[in-house]
Design a protein around this ligand. Sequence first.
Ligand SMILES: NC(=O)C1=CN([C@@H]2O[C@H](COP(=O)(O)OP(=O)(O)OC[C@H]3O[C@@H](n4cnc5c(N)ncnc54)[C@H](OP(=O)(O)O)[C@@H]3O)[C@@H](O)[C@H]2O)C=CC1
Ligand SMILES: O=C(O)[C@@H]1CCC=N1
Length: 268
Amino acid sequence: MASAIIRGLVKHGHKSEHILVCAPSQHTRSRLVKEFNVRVHSDNSAAVAFADIIILAVKPFIVPLVCDELRPLLGQLNEQRGDQGGEQKLVISIAAGLTHASISDKLPRNTQLVCAMPNLPTAIGKGLTGLYVPGHLDRQAFDDAEQLMRAVGDTVWLEDENQMASIVATAGSSPAYFFLFLEAMEKAAIAQGLPPKTASKAVLQSAMGAVSMAMASKEGLANLRHQVTSPKGTTEQAVLAFQHGDLDALVARAMDSAARRAKELALG
Ligand SMILES: NC(=O)C1=CN([C@@H]2O[C@H](COP(=O)(O)OP(=O)(O)OC[C@H]3O[C@@H](n4cnc5c(N)ncnc54)[C@H](OP(=O)(O)O)[C@@H]3O)[C@@H](O)[C@H]2O)C=CC1
Ligand SMILES: O=C(O)[C@@H]1CCC=N1
């Protein structure tokens, strides 16, 4: 996910020399230098010395270990900046499930922390990121987090931290559902006899057309669907097959499973 954010930021015009990536493996560091020409370091505390905005983009169970490494220097530099009336460093966590309080507890007191849930299309500037800070904190103070994630797509602020699990299910994980559905369509089209390249083009262009149309239209998804579905026509048969398979219930079950997993990750 870090690579996707970096790709999106660099595409949007962020200078690669202003980005420092900390990763333990030499292989990953070399790949990122080769791909984006970013700075790299093996020591996570180098990020605190270098950056005003620090993104925690590790697996949820690694976040506490990384916070332990960031805490001493982060506390020291934020205290210095506080004394001088300067801006505090901002930490953004993209770890699925982890709560604001659980990460805050691992960082120096009063660290500016935003919980964010981006998704993979940030890599091409078309991401969706859910953002959360507790209600008693002023969101204006977190403009930098919103601006950064806006550079790689759209953003939504969440009122209630419990909504974060739904954003994981609806946006963080969902590109995989769409890929899965498109894969299934591609396989079916090939099974019906289309050449693989033709099947792929027909599936992807149709998906892009449908999504672009839905985004541009004020009519709502069900209305657009009805426009395709001629009475007694071909689409009706396909829609009926999906409905007989209880697509709505299946999708709800899948999304509930993702949201439930996000809540489990919060518990560690
Ligand atoms: N994948 C996605 O679409 C999304 C993921 N997320 C969240 O992003 C986070 C990362 O997920 P994802 O990108 O899929 O995972 P990956 O396994 O692809 O990446 C994790 C990265 O963490 C690095 N890492 C491991 N240990 C440390 C450490 N101690 N200090 C610093 N870096 C470390 C690894 O570096 P190395 O290669 O050197 O081991 C690796 O590059 C998760 O919390 C996930 O919930 C959120 C939204 C979407
Ligand atoms: O599958 C995961 O856990 C991560 C979080 C959202 C997308 N990928």
